[in-house]
Design a binder for this molecule. Structure first.
Ligand SMILES: [Zn+2]
Ligand SMILES: [Zn+2]
Length: 386
């Protein structure tokens, strides 16, 4: 994609683009942009299975991929079923809502001799609808309690936080230079998440750093790994005796994906501040890098080994992105939305939302290195090179 255009996007062109029906806009927009909805694809989204599923089966852990109705997630989402002591199954994530996903989950559980009614505990690793969308249905069928980290809790409840916090998002997007019509479009699409999964009611149990869980054939320690979302939690599983020697497995969900960058989506916290997603993510990635692991079970795609190679690749990806963004800031500075259009001249209102979080994240890192500075003037946020 070329980035040689000037920053200012003609107003007429923006208006024309917004006149398309949403479906047409999604089809028409750049596939690279669409891939950013939840994650940024960095390579093939489907990888051959390399023995990970057999290895984790020793721990009583089974991966059930659930297809998603949108390609942007980087392939089917993995539900992880773990055999419980005394019978039954625990689930890490449930897949997206809807009857099609429920049917796939039911047949995946049947293949390991279980059933939706046998679910004893539901652990939601983070508040993205492809991971929790089926949770209300599974709870309804099984009566199992649902657990989630406090910082992602509101995302599971009704109404979706986008609707509840609409004014905070509106205000922040305006400060970034997003035109009012695009702000409306972004909020409409974000609120559509309400339809991709059943909303949950209280009570929800809580997941937190250091919690110990025990299962039929393994133990788990929960690790907070904020970044992809503020309340993302990974589970570090280890064997409990048995044949075949010790095995360390990380249920990483979307914290580390082999070929997909976890897109740091824009998130405004309840106090109106912006979650510093990317710097926080990189700290959590460094924490994961230090773990000794035999297998990583990701939220999308097959199990993989050598997580350090994947994390090093990600760090390189973001470092190159920062250089690119820096090179696009003109002498007079740029608003975040001008940088979005500079990187992706065909970006629509929705695309703007998908990209702006990543741009802001990289600007945060550049700012921390004193390579850019931000000034707010007349209610508009503008970044300058230092
Ligand atoms: Zn996610
Ligand atoms: Zn995901």
């Amino acid at each position: 994609m070329k980035n040689s255009r000037t920053l200012a996007k003609p107003k007429a062109e923006q208006t024309k683009r917004r006149a398309f029906p949403r479906e047409a806009r999604l089809k028409e927009s750049d596939p690279l942009l669409r891939d950013r909805f939840l994650h940024t694809l960095r390579g093939a989204s489907t990888m051959p299975e390399r023995g990970g599923d057999a290895a984790i089966a020793r721990l009583g852990v089974h991966r059930i991929p659930i297809p998603l109705p949108f390609p942007q997630a980087g392939g089917p989402v993995n539900v992880i079923a773990v055999e419980e002591e005394g019978g039954g199954i625990a689930l890490f994530d449930t897949g997206i809502g809807g009857v099609d996903a429920e049917a796939v989950l039911r047949s995946g559980l049947a293949a390991i001799g279980s059933d939706l009614g046998e679910v004893r505990r539901i652990f939601v690793t983070h508040g993205h609808v492809d991971h929790y969308g089926q949770a209300s249905r599974v709870r309804e069928v099984s009566g199992a309690p649902v657990y989630v980290h406090a910082r992602d809790r509101r995302k599971l409840l009704s109404p979706v936080h986008w609707i509840a916090d609409r004014e905070l998002y509106e205000e922040f997007l305006r400060r970034c230079g997003v035109p009012a019509a695009s702000v409306r479009e972004i909020l409409e699409v974000a609120a559509y998440q309400e339809h991709l999964g059943g909303r949950l009611e209280e009570p929800l149990g809580e997941l937190a750093e250091g919690q110990q869980l025990s299962f039929a054939r393994c133990d788990a320690t929960l690790l907070e790994m904020p970044g992809h979302t503020p309340g993302l939690v990974c589970a570090l599983l280890s064997t409990r005796g048995g044949a075949g020697g010790p095995l360390a497995v990380l249920l990483a969900n979307d914290h580390i994906l082999e070929h997909v960058s976890p897109n740091p989506l824009l998130e405004i916290l309840r106090d109106g501040s912006r979650f510093r997603a990317l710097p926080t993510y990189l700290e959590s990635a460094a924490r994961a890098r230090a773990l000794e692991l035999d297998w990583v079970v990701p939220g999308h795609g097959a199990c993989f080994v050598d997580h350090r190679r994947v994390i090093d690749g990600l760090e390189g990806f973001y470092a190159r992105r920062q250089e690119k963004i820096l090179s696009l800031i003109p002498a007079g500075g740029a608003t975040p939305v001008e940088l979005v259009l500079s990187l992706f001249p065909r970006a629509t209102g929705l695309d703007t939302y998908l990209v702006i979080g990543e741009i802001l994240g990289n600007l945060d890192l550049l700012e921390a290195d004193s390579r850019v500075g931000a000034i707010e003037r007349h209610g508009e946020l503008r970044y300058f090179r230092r």
